[in-house]
Write a protein of this length. Structure first.
Length: 92
């Protein structure tokens, strides 16, 4: 089974953290941030943002995929954030 499918589904959305991995000046990152802020605000999930230009490991891992969305540290999506998919990933 895929690690993404094994995510702890017993957690409530408010117990989860959504991380946006991106960089300054990225229009797709700006669009992703809007969707993530809307969903996390409505569901009570935590939101954090990480800049690949400030973290070598993140840069090596994600530079071709940004923006990348993580839920509880596990990759959920990249390039575009689908609101329904994010809600489902958070267990809503």
């Amino acid at each position: 089974m895929s690690p993404l499918l094994r995510r702890d589904t017993k957690k409530k959305p408010a117990e989860r953290t959504v991380t946006l991995v991106g960089k300054p000046g990225c229009h797709l990152c700006d669009e992703a941030r809007e969707v993530i802020l809307k969903v996390t605000g409505e569901l009570g999930a935590a939101f954090e943002e990480k800049d690949i230009t400030q973290d070598e490991e993140l840069y090596r891992t994600y530079w071709e995929q940004i923006p990348v969305t993580l839920i509880d540290g596990e990759q959920h999506d990249f390039w575009r954030v689908d609101e329904r998919r994010l809600r489902a990933g958070l267990g809503a």
